[in-house]
Design a binder for this molecule. Sequence first.
Ligand code: NAD
Length: 433
Amino acid sequence: MKLVLVGTGYVGLVSGSCFAEFGYDVTCVDKDKSRILELKKGKCPFFEPGIEELLSKHRDQTKLLSFTSSLPEAMEGADIIFITVGTPSKRLEEDADLSAVWNVAKDIANNIKKYSLVVTKSTVPVGTTKEIKKIISKIVPKENFDVVSNPEFLREGSAINDFMRPDRIIIGADNEKSTKIMKELYRPLYLLETPIITSSIESSEIIKYASNSFLATKISFINQVADLCESVGADVQEVAKGMGVDKRIGSKFLNAGPGFGGSCFPKDVKAFTSSAKKQNINFSILEAVNSYNQNRPLEISKKIINLKKYNKNSKLALFGLSFKPNTDDIRDSTSLKIAQHLFDQGIMINCYDPVSNDNTMDLFPKFNFFKNAYEASEGADAIIIGTEWNEFRALNFLKLKSLMKNLVIFDLRNIYNKQELSDLGFEYYGIGK
Ligand SMILES: NC(=O)c1ccc[n+]([C@@H]2O[C@H](COP(=O)([O-])OP(=O)(O)OC[C@H]3O[C@@H](n4cnc5c(N)ncnc54)[C@H](O)[C@@H]3O)[C@@H](O)[C@H]2O)c1
């Protein structure tokens, strides 16, 4: 089978290299010529554990993976074309910006020469895949193509494992022929007994948004419980543990913190709410999740400032800039939103992230950047744990003690033990305790 993936971001590149690992002939396309040039040279445009090895294996050894900025060239003889471009929020609206999807749909339509399956892997609002079908059918006879929705659930930081060992595959199709092709595509996962769930195209599109929105709701729920815990002297980690052992609830996504961020949850919650609004459906739960989460970074930064009366003479060390560990993706990073609020009050920000310093520097040139956590802590009035990279769990606190001006830790990810740090002389503030 010959596959084409249009868009070489986290989803396109990871899916493309994993499909090559399945044994398919894969071409990844991007309109960004410099990105394609780098990929041809063997450089991955982002940090993702294991991706460099997989890319080089299939680009250089098996030759199953190639890159181009020309869609017509990529589509020569293609059986399945995946749309894997970004669908960010529109600038001032909740809606998803689908301009890249529409552009790709038109380009694909112009290049279909034999029967091809067009698959939306990008996260798109309900109705989009059928709209793509309409766009293509203006140019291509209906017997020459089908459209399918096949949303992606990989998580940055563990994307390869998530793709190779998914919890489920969702196939939203409107005929047997395309369902059969998609089932054949994912045949390598049958050995793992991966559930393959078939549905209508509309249900498939909603499954993706409903899943992400549900997880985001779980996070906001535990964050509100954390607020209550803080007020009454309870500990949200004890509460979450007691809740999580209930199999109906589950322990995942019950870690209280500074709010959800990243390239998916915030925009998907908004786009899902917007889809519901357009149908006059009451989605007040998600509206509340969105507004509470949007305010949370500001509330946390106010709390930090008020607790110690920080001002323009203060210097805070921020550890972790990416929206979560094991990625260099800083899109909608909560850690950086908090840093910006603190900076707006005149506080100096000393940053360190194991892989995201360079990305962040371009967007936040007024922060100070350091090569490691210790350098960032020199003369600092406090440390803020913004993202729970593993290396922050094993810091040398005696060394930090000798470098910092004031021994205060704001552990926004609850990775430390309060007693242990207090014993070392640190003033410790976690979330929800
Ligand atoms: N990042 C994730 O963890 C994740 C997980 C599951 C689903 N998704 C969804 O997958 C989609 C892609 O996300 P991403 O994070 O990989 O995006 P991304 O922003 O990292 O990459 C998108 C790529 O598409 C390219 N592109 C845009 N328009 C193009 C065009 N006309 N032709 C060719 N290339 C074009 C861009 O240059 C860019 O390289 C989104 O809908 C997202 O919601 C993302």
